[in-house]
Design a protein around this ligand. Structure first.
Ligand code: SF4
Length: 220
């Protein structure tokens, strides 16, 4: 695991890296180009499975952005590998593990109660379909919608917030692209209607800083 400057997380943990998708704004791919010779193929790192048990992190509470440098539900990742990662999540009930995906159609696991599963939604028609897929999979205790980068306006009618536990809203970095303020405001207002906590990242350029977190009951 590593410390992170991602505002809504305490640590990142990357037992799987890489991705078969080709999102043009992917910071993980940029990172791979910069530090790993551009190799961004989906890959399992078995040596990283034990990281949450290292002395500096063992037993500590916090939010772990899991697979921040890749796609956990990539087609090329063996489902048995995913089970191994989930086994570790189960073994660390004091931490909250956040999984963000653009492949909710591949979700194939019952997720532990200390996991939050989120879909990335940039507001395009294809990304909005992910909301329904996330809603439809029964084996998830906590759901997140991550509007980062928010590139298009989202109509409230496209949202299914009744079973959503958290929303994150942000802009695009490199190159900087901030969402229109009224797009953000509309999402925040809709979240308020359904009592969904919201985290608006500074890169959204929204005047008011909103830093809310979901209430997750941990079984420690
Ligand atoms: S799905 Fe995520 S990791 Fe994969 S290319 Fe897109 S932004 Fe990058």
């Amino acid at each position: 695991m590593n410390q992170t400057n991602i505002e809504w997380a305490d640590w990142t943990w990357n037992p799987i890296t890489g991705c078969s998708n080709t999102c043009p704004y992917c910071y993980a791919r940029r990172n791979a180009k910069r530090f790993h010779g551009g190799d961004f193929r989906p890959r399992f790192h078995p040596d990283r499975l034990s990281k949450p048990f290292e002395k500096r992190w063992k037993g500590k509470e916090g939010i772990v952005f899991t697979c921040s440098m890749g796609e956990f539900w990539d087609d090329k990742i063996d489902p048995i590998v995913r089970e191994q990662v989930i086994h570790i999540v189960n073994e660390c009930p004091e931490k909250v593990f956040v999984f963000l995906t653009k492949r909710p159609e591949n979700i194939d696991l019952t997720m532990p109660r200390n996991a939050i599963v989120g879909v990335s939604v940039d507001g395009s028609a294809g990304s909005l379909e992910r909301i329904g897929l996330l809603d439809g999979w029964p084996g998830i205790a906590h759901r997140l919608l991550c509007f980062e980068p928010l590139l298009h306006p989202v109509r409230p009618a496209s949202l299914k917030l009744s079973r959503i536990d958290w929303m994150i809203i942000g802009g695009q970095t490199q190159p900087n692209r901030r969402p229109e303020q009224h797009w953000v405001r509309r999402l925040v207002e809709e979240a308020r209607v359904f009592h969904v906590p919201v985290f608006v990242k500074p890169n959204a350029g929204y005047g008011t800083l909103i830093r809310e977190f979901p209430e997750i009951e941990l079984e420690v």
